[in-house]
Design a protein around this ligand. Structure first.
Ligand code: XBP
Ligand code: MG
Length: 251
């Protein structure tokens, strides 16, 4: 039986990457006097690596950009990433990053039906707070029993650690929950923890490998704009709801 829904954040709750994180990274690079710029296509390539600090390091390793002399690269990256987080939080506060279709609807139904909620994400904890506050309001932080984010586990997705950690915190078995993800890395992370996963894909992840996911959909669907089903069971009226998740879990 479905006990809990575990939500990924970036790309799943909201399309945060292109007009949120990417923009914030570029503003932080400018402030640091770096002539780096991550355009939409470049950022798409860099998204293969999860975690902002890990992504900066991967960019340095693969693109060999100009950077200041330092004997503490990890510390320098952490500082740059902190500046990026500040810009990202400011963007969220401006309220320009909405939730994806169906997210608020499903959360409301799950709460009404006593299905437990958690967040399992790679992004920085402050970013989760900022997004929830800006979209669902201050009180929504309490709706999620566990917010598992960022460096709380050393190995980010696609490693299973964030899912395993969340299940332990909630005292639940992998078969009692459904994960919602948007990316191949997210699917691999959930699967490595034996957690069943449904994908709502987006522009950046449309070509990702989702094999093993229970279903792949365009989004969670709204009455005015039903979801398209690409793989797996089709939700009634194109709306992903608790009954759909229960049926998917039962297989
Ligand atoms: C998203 C990520 C994060 C964000 C940027 O993962 O990989 O790194 O892109 O956030 P998920 P930070 O979809 O699992 O949430 O810069 O705070 O890492
Ligand atoms: Mg994601």
């Amino acid at each position: 039986m479905l006990q809990a829904i575990l939500f990924d954040v970036d790309g799943t709750l909201a399309d945060t990457e292109r007009d949120g994180h990417r923009v914030a990274f570029n503003l932080a690079f400018r402030d640091a006097g770096l002539d780096w710029h991550w355009d939409v296509a470049t950022y798409g390539e860099l998204l293969t690596v999860t975690g902002g600090k890990e992504r900066i390091r991967y960019f340095i390793e693969t693109h060999d950009p100009a950077l200041p002399e330092t004997d503490d690269l990890a510390g320098w990256i952490a500082g740059l990433h902190k500046a990026k987080t500040a810009y990202y939080l400011a963007l969220l506060k401006e309220g320009e990053i909405p939730l994806r279709p169906g997210v608020e609807r499903l959360i409301a139904e799950a709460r009404a039906r006593g299905v437990r909620l958690a967040i399992t994400t790679t992004t920085t904890p402050e970013n989760v707070d900022g997004l929830l506050r800006a979209t669902l309001g201050e009180e929504s932080l309490d709706w999620f029993e566990v917010i598992a984010a960022g460096d709380i586990v050393p190995a980010k997705k696609p490693a299973p650690d964030i899912y395993t950690w969340t299940l332990e915190q909630m005292n639940l078995a992998a078969g009692e929950v459904m994960a919602l993800e948007d990316s191949g890395n997210g699917v691999r992370s959930a699967q490595a923890a034996d957690v069943p996963v449904i994908v709502t894909r987006n522009d950046y992840t449309a070509e990702d490998d989702f094999s093993g996911a229970v279903a792949v959909l365009s989004d969670l669907g709204e009455p005015s704009a039903p979801a398209d089903t690409l793989v797996g069971p089709t939700p009634t009226d194109g709306l992903v709801d608790v009954d759909y998740l229960v049926a998917c879990l039962a297989g």
